[in-house]
Design a protein around this ligand. Structure first.
Ligand code: NDP
Length: 263
């Protein structure tokens, strides 16, 4: 390779910068979403957080500082999504990065899951993710620029007991990434997923029900032998959103201490 070409490829820390970018993070007020927002702000992005609880969002924005805004919204109210995205862009400018993070879990034996239970999980984790992606994707396609990141789960990679609706929803989102890669790539819109393993958040601790044996079992399956921190997911998301990943689309990146490989 000629030396001039090598020099042009010299490492620039700025490829990880999100300076000048606006990121919309659903469920950004707490748990993993808050840490994604925090990591993005640290590398220069402005962030918009959404969620149902205003007091949680307010507190998050206070911690994040002047680069953060929030909009109260229940993503399962699908009909409100176009107006939400319009209001965000009117107030904050074009959305460059969408992180579909908001999600719920429900732990029950499959035979005890009611139709209402199933619909609730699918509506939050799948249908709302599609609606949000369609609304933001449309705008990104028009601008020929954007990055969409789905937060899926190791449940989309292997089977976990008592989370049938959750697994179905996350697997479907992983499928959506593949379908949309082919549709969105010609318009310079990238779409990827981050698949977290066991991350210390209220959702995961509740799912473990304070049962130490379940925690031990989870760690037995994790080669690195530790729980992940929410900012482990945050930094992976920054990477996928940044120019460092400008030729990466259609992938699901596990952030799981090797859990999806197992022993
Ligand atoms: P938390 O329960 O801690 O946070 C979930 C967030 O989603 C909250 O901010 C919540 O805000 C928001 N949310 C939930 N429902 C709605 C709704 N209807 N409308 C708007 N916002 C909503 O979960 P985690 O941080 O642990 O999970 C974040 C993502 O990571 C989820 O998609 C989850 O499936 C995924 N994940 C997590 C793992 C873990 O180990 N923690 C492992 C694998 C995947 P509010 O209640 O105010 O609406």
């Amino acid at each position: 390779m000629p030396e001039s070409t090598l020099n042009e490829q010299t490492f620039q820390p700025s490829v990880f910068s999100l300076e000048g970018k606006l990121a919309l993070i659903t469920g950004g007020g707490s748990g993993i979403g808050f840490y994604i927002a925090n990591c993005m702000v640290q590398v220069g992005a402005r962030v918009v957080l959404t969620g149902r609880r205003e007091e949680v969002l307010q507190e998050a924005v206070e911690k994040l500082g002047s680069k953060a805004e929030y909009f109260v919204n229940d993503i399962t109210q699908l009909a409100t999504i176009p107006a939400l995205v319009e209001a965000i862009e009117n107030k904050c400018g074009p959305i460059d990065i969408l992180v579909n993070n908001a999600g719920i879990n429900m732990k029950k034996f499959a035979v005890e899951v009611t139709d209402e239970d199933f619909d609730k999980v699918i509506q939050t984790n799948l249908h709302a993710v599609f609606s949000m992606t369609r609304e933001c994707g449309k705008r990104m396609i028009n601008r020929k620029s954007g990055s969409i990141i789905m937060i899926t789960s190791m449940a989309a990679i292997y089977g976990i007991d008592r989370v049938v609706a959750y697994t179905a929803s996350k697997s479907a989102v992983a499928g959506m990434v593949k379908a949309l890669t082919t549709e969105f790539s010609p318009y310079n819109v990238r779409i990827n997923a981050v698949a977290p393993g066991f991350i210390e958040t209220p959702m995961m601790l509740t799912a473990m029900n304070g049962d130490p044996s379940r925690r031990d079992k989870a760690m037995d399956r994790t080669p690195m032998g530790t729980w992940g921190k929410p900012d482990d997911v945050g930094w992976a998301t920054v990477f996928l959103a940044s120019d460092a990943a400008k030729f990466i689309t259609g992938v699901s990146l596990p952030v799981d201490g090797g859990n999806s490989i197992g022993f």
